[in-house]
Ligand binder design. Structure first.
Ligand code: PLP
Length: 367
């Protein structure tokens, strides 16, 4: 787990290495060119390859992941890099059928045409598979939006012993809530657009791996594909990461309180939150996560009940995406997810929980 000492160091990582007169907050460098007379070796050369603001960000991400990290302009850019750095023609690639849908569409549309076979399974079924017939296994736990979990240590161990590569999308938990590399994963990918940025004003992502060869391929992919982060977004994400610990802590504590208050509510058909003792994922969540996250899903009786619930909350933004300081919610069926029409994903933000809970319970009781 991520110790309190490491949490404290997150805020002093840059400061501890500064020379006299250097700024405490990192400078935002937008230059595409660098002063480079003569032999270029060992110096920043060109903005698609080097950027001092990315370097500051990657230093902090690497501290959080305890592994070398490469920053990307979005979560999908990071996922693309991880897949294109690992998959080759003839491979069988396992993708969750109930995970983030764009990952699935990317694999189906762009990998299957290159002689790669894409196999889809539900996250729950990952625990039942011996993983011996895949070269690359993509894992998402808790899955978005179903919040089903699989046993990370077990699945990644089976992938590794069969000679495959495991990639874990850790977006829903962040490195503070779950540590897939410590549980045996080869690669972690994440959308930093969500809780790490935290203010809904940037898109970013990253890849983390302790495998030197894979790391080199991901760096090369960024250089060749040109999928590079904008320096402003990288700078903003660095700022966001400095408060991730307090925001994430507040969000997860509030989510547990809200989910507990929802249990058995007459206007809810069902609710999923891994922190509830009778949630199907509770046991494995307690073993592999240090907290239960800030996402709650609930099923209301139909589309209009769900829409009335969302629009009846003053302190909920009706919006897609999650992980912001402001709580938000949406009906996932509007994007075609394989869920009931009244299925709502709620992302708990940083509002004082008593006010948020009052607001949400009022709306839920009056639909
Ligand atoms: C949002 C999300 C992504 C994609 O991230 P972007 O930053 O929008 O590209 C990938 N995986 C999961 C689980 C997500 O929630």
């Amino acid at each position: 787990m991520f110790s309190n000492k490491k949490r404290a160091k997150t805020l002093h990582l840059r400061g501890q290495d500064l020379s006299k007169g250097e700024p405490i907050a990192p400078p935002l460098v937008t230059s595409s060119m660098f002063h480079l007379p003569g032999d270029p070796a060992g110096h920043a050369g060109y903005g698609r390859v080097d950027n001092p603001t990315w370097e500051v960000l990657e230093h902090l991400l690497s501290h959080l992941e305890d592994a070398p990290c490469v920053a990307f302009p979005s979560g999908m850019a990071a996922i693309s890099a991880a897949l294109f750095a690992t998959v080759k023609a003839g491979d069988r690639v396992l993708i969750p059928s109930d995970g983030y849908y764009v990952t699935r569409v990317l694999a189906q549309e762009f990998l299957s045409g290159l002689g790669v076979e894409i196999i889809e399974k539900r996250t729950l079924d990952y625990d039942l598979d011996d993983m011996s017939s895949y070269q690359v296994v993509f894992i998402e736990t808790p899955s978005n939006p179903g919040l089903d979990l699989c046993d990370l240590a077990g699945v990644t161990a089976r992938v590794r012993s069969a000679g495959g590569v495991s990639i874990v999308d850790n977006t829903t938990m962040t490195p503070l809530g779950q540590r897939p590399l410590d549980l045996g994963a080869d690669i972690v990918v994440a959308s930093d657009t969500k809780a790490p940025g935290g203010h809904s004003d940037l898109l970013m992502g990253h890849v983390a791996t302790r495998d030197e060869t894979l790391f080199g391929r991901v760096v090369s992919w960024r250089k060749m594909s040109g999928a590079i982060p904008g320096p402003q977004a990288a700078w903003l994400l660095h700022r966001g990461l400095e408060t991730l610990d307090v925001r994430f802590d507040r969000m997860c504590q509030s989510a547990l309180e809200i989910a507990t208050a929802f249990e058995g509510h007459k206007n809810l058909i069902s609710i999923r939150y891994p922190g509830l003792p009778d949630d199907p994922g509770h046991l494995i969540a307690s073993q592999q996560m240090s907290t239960f996250g800030f996402l709650i899903t609930m099923t209301l009786k139909n589309e209009s009940a769900a829409e009335r619930f969302i629009s009846g909350c003053k302190f909920l933004r009706p919006a897609t995406s999650f992980g912001g300081v402001h709580s938000s919610a949406e009906r996932r069926a509007r994007w075609g997810d394989d869920v009931p029409a009244g299925y709502v994903r709620l992302s708990v933000g940083c509002e004082p929980v008593s006010a948020l809970l009052d607001d949400i319970l009022n709306s839920l009781s009056s639909i």
